[in-house]
Design a binder for this molecule. Structure first.
Ligand code: MG
Ligand code: ZN
Length: 216
């Protein structure tokens, strides 16, 4: 029984990768740069997307977002409220987006019109790691409010992402978290090869650096 389950899981992941590749090609054919954001509920994914999109729109770029959640349209509404065009993407039960769901959202977007698409994954630090969606960059967002052990507890998501961001730097003292512990864990995990970027969406500190790291 266990072997059968493992086999099924393998097929699901293989099929997801196939669709992710086709999403990637579709986005590239349309000259679109795509950024996926992963992270826990409350890490600041939506706020970061809204902030980055604001900067990009000021540069004259056309930006759109896919708001992934299990249920509800809260994030899509927040995005639309900031002037960002957003498509809602509910998984129903699943705790992660998959490439097929993203494909269905891309079908609803007039890809001719956009330069950049943000994809906000469901708030979860575990299974999104296994399901690439076809983005140029997978970004993991954590915040100081989540404690100093996030990297030690969630190796996979950090190893499967291209860029890691530590948000809510402005309140690290108030929540009693030393950012250097988190940054040190990340350096250790990535063999000293990668740096976690720090920011505060609220004060806008570090936002420019993230834009430049993502080549936006
Ligand atoms: Mg959100
Ligand atoms: Zn999941």
């Amino acid at each position: 029984m266990h072997i059968v389950q493992v086999g099924m899981e393998y097929d699901v992941l293989k099929e997801n990768n196939r669709i992710a590749n086709s999403n990637y090609r579709l986005l590239k054919e349309n000259g679109i740069k795509t950024i996926e954001l992963m992270g826990s509920i409350g890490s600041g994914k939506t706020a970061l997307i809204i902030k980055l999109a604001e900067r990009l729109r000021n540069k004259g770029l056309n930006v759109c977002a896919i708001a992934g959640d299990v249920t509800g349209e809260d994030d899509q509404r927040r995005m639309e409220g900031s002037g960002l065009t957003a498509v809602n993407c509910n998984t129903g039960h699943e705790c992660h987006l998959d490439a097929n769901l993203v494909k269905k959202c891309l079908d609803k977007i007039d890809l001719d019109k956009y330069d950049v698409v943000f994809i906000e994954n469901v708030g979860n630090l575990v299974c999104p790691a296994d399901f690439p969606l076809g983005a140029d960059y997978r970004v993991v967002v954590i915040s100081t409010t989540e404690g100093d052990d996030m990297v030690r507890k969630h190796h996979d998501i950090f190893l499967h992402s291209d860029v890691a961001v530590l948000n809510k730097m402005d309140i690290s003292d108030a929540v009693g978290v030393d950012p250097d512990v988190i940054l040190g864990d990340y350096r250790k995990l990535t063999g000293g090869l990668k740096t976690m970027y720090t920011c505060s969406v609220k004060t806008e500190k570090g936002i420019d650096e993230i834009i430049s790291v993502l080549g936006l």
